[in-house]
Design a protein around this ligand. Structure first.
Ligand SMILES: [Zn+2]
Length: 195
C-alpha cells in the first residue's frame, strides 16, 4: 500500500497517473461521495460519460468496466469496487447550482474544486466533462426520473481504477449534503499504487 493522501472535506485534489498505475479512492468515514474527472496528460482527450455508457452498454459501472474518453480511448478501468454503486449522470455541483437550488450566495462546489485541481496540473478545463461520481447513489425509475439516495459505501470502502493512458486526474470530496446522506461534508482518501 502507498501513502494515503486526503481530499479535505468540500475540497479538491489533482494528481498524475502513468499508464498502468492504480488509483485507490477510499471513503474513510463512509457515506461520502465525490467526483472524478480525467484528461489525457497532454490535455488532448477528456472523460466522456456518453462514450462510457455506449461502450459498456450500461449506466451503472463497477469492476471490469472502463471509463472512456471523448476520442474513444480507454482512460481508466475499474479493477476493484467495494461499493458497486456510482453515478455518471450528474454534472459536478457548481456555484450556479447552489444558487438555483439552495439560494446560496457562496458555496464550495465540485466544479470549482475540479477546475482548480486541473489547472494546477497544466490542464485548462474550459468545459469540464461529466464526472464519474464515485460512491454517489442515484436511483433511476421506469419513467426515467432520477433520485439521489445515501451512498452505500461503508467506512473504509474503496474503488480502484487502473490508468490505461498517462492521465491528469482531479478529485473532489463533494460538499452537497444531498449526495452524502444529508451529512456534513467529509474527506476522501486516495493513493496511487504502482502498476
Ligand atoms: Zn459536488
Amino acid at each position: 500500500m502507498g501513502q494515503l493522501s486526503t481530499v479535505a472535506a468540500a475540497s479538491g485534489a489533482g494528481l498524475r497517473l502513468r499508464k498502468g498505475e492504480l488509483l485507490r479512492i477510499v471513503d474513510t468515514e463512509g457515506g461520502q461521495s465525490g467526483d472524478l474527472v480525467a484528461y489525457a496528460a497532454d490535455g488532448s482527450e477528456r472523460l466522456s460519460s456518453g462514450r462510457t455508457f455506449d461502450y459498456n452498454g450500461k449506466v451503472r459501472l463497477t469492476t471490469g468496466d472502463v471509463l472512456w474518453s471523448d476520442r474513444s480511448s480507454r482512460m481508466l478501468t475499474i479493477v476493484a469496487d467495494d461499493v458497486g454503486r456510482h453515478d455518471m449522470f450528474y454534472g459536478p455541483c457548481s456555484l450556479e447550482m447552489y444558487r438555483m437550488q439552495y439560494g446560496a450566495d457562496n458555496h464550495p462546489n465540485c466544479h470549482d474544486n475540479l477546475s482548480a485541481a486541473l489547472r494546477a496540473f497544466g490542464i485548462d478545463p474550459v468545459f469540464l466533462p461529466q464526472p464519474f461520481n464515485f460512491f454517489m447513489n442515484v436511483e433511476l425509475d421506469d419513467e426515467g426520473r432520477l433520485s439521489i439516495v445515501p451512498p452505500r459505501s461503508r467506512p473504509g470502502a474503496a474503488i480502484v481504477l487502473r490508468a490505461e493512458m498517462d492521465l491528469v486526474v482531479a478529485l473532489s470530496a463533494c460538499p452537497a449534503s444531498s449526495c452524502n446522506g444529508g451529512a456534513a461534508p467529509r474527506s476522501v482518501g486516495f493513493e496511487v499504487l504502482p502498476r
